[in-house]
Write a protein that binds this ligand. Sequence first.
Ligand SMILES: Nc1ncnc2c1ncn2[C@@H]1O[C@H](COP(=O)(O)OP(=O)(O)O)[C@@H](O)[C@H]1O
Ligand SMILES: [Mg+2]
Length: 512
Amino acid sequence: MHLSELLERLPGGTVLWSSLLQFSDPVISGISYDTRKLHPGDLFVAVREAHGDGHAFLQRAVELGASALVVERPPTEQPPCPVVLVENSKRVLAYLSAAFFNQPGFHLRLVGVTGTDGKTTTTELTAQLLRQGGIAAGFMTTVALDFGRERLDNTTRQTTLESPDIQAGLAKMLANGCRVAALEATSHALALHRLESCPFDTAIVTNVTHEHLDFHGTWDNYVMAKAHLLELVATFAQSKPGAKTILLNKDDQRSYERLKSHGPIPHLTYGLLSGTDLRATDILADHQGLRFTMHTPWGTARIATPLAGEFNVYNCLAAAGAALIEGVTLGSIIETLHQAQPVPGRMERIDEGQPFTVIVDYAHTADSIQKVLTILRRQTSGTLWAVFGSAGERDREKRPAMGTIAAQLCDHFVLTNEDPRREDPERILDEIAMGAERAGRQRNRDFFCIADRRAAIAFAFEHCRSGDTVLLAGKGHEQCILVGDDRLPWDDRIVARELLHGLAPQETAPRR
Ligand SMILES: Nc1ncnc2c1ncn2[C@@H]1O[C@H](COP(=O)(O)OP(=O)(O)O)[C@@H](O)[C@H]1O
Ligand SMILES: [Mg+2]
């Protein structure tokens, strides 16, 4: 594709100025925003980010063979390739990527899922329901990038990829015969315009609780960043035909009140309250999973699913709503939920024959930890333990809140590393501990601080007896732990299994 063709496909007014006429129209072989990944012939888009400014790498991009440069500030000297000036290069990166891949989002139905908790589960469940219902679907989440016929683990540590990768993914799905794509959409990605060129047909907001206030400032900014998903549905409603729907969790009252009249697209509600469009009643939760009656505008069904935890009722309702909108039948949804696969690292039971229960869960917010611990509390006859921490270099505010919640719901807990990054690990643990101490619990009696995560898990296991439960929270499916500048291989599930194998038999284990 020639540069001029690519630029013609951008929304009117995007290009403020360009030096294209001084050059022969170059062929663009790819779109790059990072010189470390740039191939000769790529169009280089200089984006400003919190941790660096692409404008510092323009010369490097030219040396590496960039065919043209897209900038917010023109370089002082004209480089030997065309320069295109735009106002917001991050947004334009999304437009260029979609144009480069021939607007795959317009040839797929797009479901976007945002919210504080439950995004990955809802997105993956939606894809499961669609596929089992006979509709080829792909998805991209924190856990996996599934393009229909090929599936990769998402090892990027980024839930919503950068826009060129999103568009490349959609193009792959389309090439693989998918009709629907389900995308997990973080508030960061929405605020940073990564999804700007995704014409969503259905938007789901799972809930909006207290997280990422370091990035967004206030709760209102945070909920409004999520509201951008709703705006994207509205923006493309003119240019892309088909049903447009917004699914809102009415039980999450604060976000519901804020979002219910945001924009022109009609919404459906879900939840447990009467008056919701998709509603669950008669919920039974036990170690076999969940049973509930699902009332929908498409009919009523009795659901039995191995998915654990009451919050999964919400995820099921939202995913069922999205699938019903695409034409999946209620009968098919009953069957698929009956054999639904849990998302890796979400309420995943680790059973190596030990006499106590071990659960690995990705809960890493105060709200989700509270939900998980409340569930496990009810299901535990003995002592309830949790092993968790809080990520470094982000969301400091949630730390004491997590400590308070563990203090209220656990008998004992161990605070430990969870990606401290370059922060002092002990200080992170102290900040969580503060919340626990405020709730009246005592360090080294009720709870323990052991930064080394393996040692922390081992400590909890050594103290467990028959009937007890240990929750390993915060890492879920993740395959590495970030300590300092190192990215060390890690998997809570593997470490737990290794430690359980190494445990002395219960009868001879020392009581501590
Ligand atoms: N609907 C929900 N409401 C509250 N907490 C949830 C919900 N769904 C899942 N969780 C909790 O959040 C954790 C992360 O779930 P996940 O689906 O990966 O959410 P996200 O992608 O938004 O981080 C789960 O392990 C569980 O503890
Ligand atoms: Mg996720």
